[in-house]
Write a new protein. Structure first.
Length: 174
């Protein structure tokens, strides 16, 4: 019996939105490949469920939409989320050409398999401590995020903590 080759995963944090059964949830793409994505989310989705993932790729003007099926869940207790990442593994059913072009660029080749000299390595990201507070309550907390800018850190932090929170500050960690 021959093994099916496993697609190379590319670690890349991108804010996204997961839509399932008419409900929308902010989340974070942690890695992506030709065949799937792993999305950090606290939302529990049943294996086999159809989902839509809306993600804004670096050079895109608007988010792209991926159709996917839940392949697996990785649940992590809330007190361990700063150490371990919970979420869902999604198998891509349909994606636009821009998604596959992005994967090809990450692999250092264009869609024809030729080396892509314009694909520059991702710059080292800065670690931020983002302070968030409840929009309608007294609670607050800090979230550590790797991001390109303070604004990006705030966006990623809000995607991680979910609805009902506001970003207050984003400070660089030394």
């Amino acid at each position: 019996m021959s093994k099916i080759p496993i697609a190379k995963r590319h670690r890349w944090r991108l804010a996204c939105e997961i839509v399932s059964d008419g409900r929308s949830q902010r989340a974070i793409v942690l890695d992506m490949s030709q065949t799937g994505v792993f999305v950090q989310t606290g939302t529990r989705l049943p294996p086999g469920a159809d989902v839509e993932v809306r993600v804004l790729l670096t050079d895109a003007a608007e988010p792209i939409s991926l159709r996917a099926k839940v392949a697996r869940n990785k649940q992590v207790p809330p007190q361990l989320t700063s150490v371990a990442r919970g979420g869902v593994g999604l198998k891509i059913i349909d994606a636009p050409a821009a998604y596959y072009a992005t994967i090809a660029a990450l692999e250092g080749s264009d869609t024809a398999g030729q080396p892509n000299v314009s694909a520059a390595p991702q710059p080292a990201r800065t670690r931020y401590r983002v302070r968030v507070k409840q929009a309608d309550g007294p609670r607050s907390r800090s979230v550590e995020i790797l991001a390109d800018s303070p604004d990006d850190a705030r966006t990623l932090a809000l995607a991680q903590v979910g609805k009902g929170w506001e970003a207050v500050t984003a400070d660089v960690l030394g």
